[in-house]
Ligand binder design. Structure first.
Ligand code: 5GP
Length: 297
């Protein structure tokens, strides 16, 4: 049997540029991506085409789709309903294709709860001011609708940590190269390219071996010294501080660059070295257990 495809959620506040980023991703055939066209009760904007941008339906039709279990998820967004039709998504997944769902956070939460094999990405604007100008720039909506979209964004952004990856959309090109790499890393593509993450780990290994052996030895010694029962002693003896440090630093440099950085630098030794210098302050050299997320600053 063919392997099933993955559901790829691209979420993020209205105006962040999900559409432009997805449009670009869909041109890369190696990514085997299919776009799920949503159903909405919103009126079409100028230039939007039924069946391409959305299936534009009445409130009644939408309610029927819910009752007949035809939607994978649905949500209300500033006064209109939006939902993902089940049939198309299941068909494509069964053909081994990956399906992009471009949806807001309530719908994303439902998909994360109910579906298997999901990869979730949250697109962030570079700043709130930039988001405001992008929403206003569309000039298709009344002032109170614009305000409602911005208010909604302020509620959505704090939920970004529920996603597998957070990607800043400072430019479409940068965001697309980040998401493409994520898809390669998550083995969602037909291409033989290697994820930039692999090369990053090698760079981190070299830097750690050149500059941080002293700290690794300290870390292992401290952990042993502080181990006071049999179980902790065994754990301390088995502790591979070098391996752990490389793992933490690689994933943090990768994550931080996705969330805020120029992805073309991810395999640049000087850039990685600088990022590591800052991350080293955050390692707790007295404990095996580390904060799972250093992003609080
Ligand atoms: P817009 O009116 O700007 O096209 O969409 C408003 C919001 O609804 C956007 O954040 C968009 O991504 C989201 N959206 C579009 N289709 C769906 C869908 O099928 N389900 C959910 N939950 N949100 C959707």
């Amino acid at each position: 049997m063919k392997n099933k495809g993955k559901v790829i959620i691209i979420s993020g506040p209205s105006g962040v540029g999900k559409g432009s980023v997805n449009g670009e991703l869909l041109t890369n055939k190696d990514l085997k991506l299919e776009y799920s066209v949503s159903m909405t009760t919103r009126a079409p904007r100028e230039g939007e085409v039924n069946g391409v941008n959305y299936f534009f339906v009445s409130k009644e039709e939408f309610a029927n789709a819910i009752v007949n279990n035809e939607l994978i998820e649905y949500a209300n967004f500033v006064g209109n309903s939006y939902g993902t039709p089940r049939k198309y998504v299941e068909e494509k997944l069964n053909q081994g294709k990956n399906v992009i769902l471009e949806i807001e956070v309530d719908g994303a939460t439902q998909v994360l709860r109910n579906e298997e094999n999901v990869l979730s990405i949250f697109l962030m604007p570079p700043t709130l001011n930039e988001l405001e100008s992008r929403i206003k720039g569309r000039a298709t909506e009344s002032d109170d609708k614009i305000k409602a979209r911005l208010d909604k964004a302020l509620l959505e952004i704090p939920l970004k940590h529920n996603y597998d990856y957070v990607v800043e959309n400072d430019s479409v090109e940068n965001a697309v190269s980040k998401i493409t790499d994520i898809l390669i890393r998550e083995k969602c593509t037909a291409s033989n390219d290697e994820s930039k993450f692999k090369e990053l780990v090698k760079i981190v290994e070299n830097i750690v071996d050149q500059k941080y052996t002293y700290f690794i030895n300290n870390w292992e010694a401290n952990v042993k010294l502080l181990a006071h029962n049999k179980e902790a002693k065994k754990e301390a003896n088995d502790f591979d501080a070098r391996g752990e440090l490389i793992k933490i630093l690689s994933s943090e440099v990768y994550r931080k660059t996705l969330a805020h950085g120029d992805f073309s630098k991810i395999n640049d030794i000087e850039y990685v070295d600088f990022k590591i210098q800052k991350l080293m302050f955050k390692i707790n050299f007295f404990s095996i257990k580390q904060r799972s997320d250093f992003s609080g600053d």
